[in-house]
Design a protein around this ligand. Sequence first.
Ligand SMILES: [Mn+2]
Length: 341
Amino acid sequence: MSYIVVSDVHLGSKLCNFDEFCSFLEWILDLKGSPKKVPLKDGAVEIRSPERIILLGDILELWDPEDGDRDNVVKQCLRPLSLLSDLGCDKVYVMGNHDNAVSSYEQKIDYETLRNGTKLDIWNRHYPDEMAGMRIGDRSYYFLHGHQFDKAQSILAKVSKILGETWDPLNWFNSQYNTSVTKNHWKLMGILWAALFVGWFIKQDLVASSYFLYTVPAALLFGLFLFSSLPAVVTKSQRRIYDIKKPKDKTARQIIEEKFYQEQKDTITADVVVFGHTHFASSYQGEAGKKKLFINSGSWVGEDEEIDGKMRYSNTFIYIDEAGAHILRWKGGVVEPLESH
Ligand SMILES: [Mn+2]
């Protein structure tokens, strides 16, 4: 039994390491029939063709695609999705916050059997259903994207629960932005809106004396121009809004110790929790015998970077087999070990 876990590829985003991710998928395809040995600090691990690949959220960038344009997601996902469907293993897709829109397909396709007989299975919140997780070797594993540990995200989750549907204002603005009129003419629409606003202000007397002639059409145009420009302004500036509160680039240790993760609310009973979201491949183990092991799968965006004296590597993945879990790094066709547990 072996699993490969990847998260936070953000296909369609400006920072996505698209070429590296595609060559990594080709490398997984090549594992069939020829396992690869990766030397560790202590011995080596043989990486076999996985029985299951877990796409642990934010695989697609539907919130903040390059230039705010979702066409860029379509362009960047064709090749990876074709490579993925060629893999001779089942695919589990757990939703993240940036590709949450895919969760609406959960009921529609639940799972899809691909041409090579493997399954694509979509999971809305976590995998598997049971809090006790999934047994691999002598440990149980539980997989979730990790925005559940994010304070800012919990506000969205609370409102969504009350409404009974996903409430996601940034996503709403991005959806509005991705209509052709707004995408192509939002600046002009903004200027027309401002001109109408100023015109109405200057000519108030005229508007009042011929109410129906001017006000009703003007109000309709006012709304049209506003709704065709405002979503662009929000979409173009949302990265800055979001970055203020995001626990981005935090290590697994910071997530647990800085109370992004609330232990008293944790109902997971699995031995190991695998998550992504913060783009920092790392791990955290509480006191022996008491606490579970947390492993972060990192990301496929941006460059390697030193943060607070610790290296944050891009292009990382987790390999799990009966003997344990390894955080590995894809570096120009070579797999390097980061941590083993
Ligand atoms: Mn995320």
